[in-house]
Design a protein around this ligand. Sequence first.
Ligand SMILES: Cc1cc2nc3c(=O)[nH]c(=O)nc-3n(C[C@H](O)[C@H](O)[C@H](O)COP(=O)(O)O)c2cc1C
Ligand code: SF4
Ligand code: SF4
Length: 346
Amino acid sequence: MHTITEVIIFYFSGTGNAKQIATWFAEFAEKKGFDCKLVNIQNIDTKTISSYASDKLLMIISPVHGFNYPKITLNFIIRFPKGNNRVVLMNTRAGMRIGKWVTPGISGISFYIASLIIKIKGYKIQGMIPFDMPSNWLTLHPALKLKSVKLLHKVNYDRVEKHAGKIFAEKNVFFAFKEILQDLLVSPIALGYFFIGQFGLAKTFYASTACDNCGLCIKQCPLNAIKMLKGRPFWTFKCESCMKCMNNCPKKAIEAGQAFLIIISVISSITASLLLNHLFFVKLSSGFIHSLLFALVFFLFIVVFYRLQHLLLRYKFTAKIISFLSLTHYKFWGRYKSIPDHRWKE
Ligand SMILES: Cc1cc2nc3c(=O)[nH]c(=O)nc-3n(C[C@H](O)[C@H](O)[C@H](O)COP(=O)(O)O)c2cc1C
Ligand code: SF4
Ligand code: SF4
């Protein structure tokens, strides 16, 4: 194995956390005298990726989505050509603040799936490092306050400095192993998220009456998941809930309707039970059949009701009711984007 001459950092980022960590690593790599290149995974044509000379250190960083790397990152790793470079895997997770403490997010199976694929391709894993940047999962909780965001940025900057020292001295850093038990315990949820993430969460997004059709969300989506339908943005199943659109909309018009998802889940569950009991005469205790039927009904309802909601958003009165039922509509919920260095360093 050659010693490092150059560092290539591949990143995917929805709201800037992973990009921020990548940028800090680049900063420390350059201080150490290495050339460093930042490559955004969303701009890579995965059909034409070429391999890298073995004296280049490859680093990959991406947020965790549903206890795993998002599909765009996994797809990139799967398509990566064979090689024998050193590879450092990193992720950004949902950090929160309690007083002066930063609570950790959960990596789940992200490192283990990715390292398995990378190992099979012949690479040597030099590190697996999680970073607990501010959580951007605004479908579930309000945005963190600026004071917390600043603290989390500072703590993570210090962590990057510490880990970069070791990584660029060619030492191994397997910080992620500390959490292996908890990661394995949540692995079944990671599989479930593959379904819920793409077919459920993505369909919570809609543009409220504040939308002025500027088209920015469509242009910036890393997955081309939004299209203009009947004069307003429409979210397709390609969406991976990276949160970029919602947090970048200049009008704060993108909302995630939690009530929509809850209502669809409840009526899907009732419909699945009724179908089993009255149509197929199967006892409710057959959990597997119920879950399967629930999934089918849920998918059908989400397609139909999301279209219906899209139609209703054209009318002021119904659009107001839809927004009224969404927590993300209210000011206190806020929006999140990673903040520039000068704002937390000052
Ligand atoms: C849909 C979704 C799912 C998420 N799942 C997890 C998770 O399983 N574990 C975790 O620690 N954080 C989770 N998060 C939080 C993000 O991983 C975290 O905020 C990350 O730092 C965002 O990075 P980015 O700004 O580069 O996109 C999730 C966020 C979203 C939007
Ligand atoms: S970025 Fe916001 S205002 Fe612009 S089209 Fe998208 S939802 Fe509408
Ligand atoms: S539609 Fe929005 S949340 Fe979904 S992938 Fe695109 S930018 Fe991310």
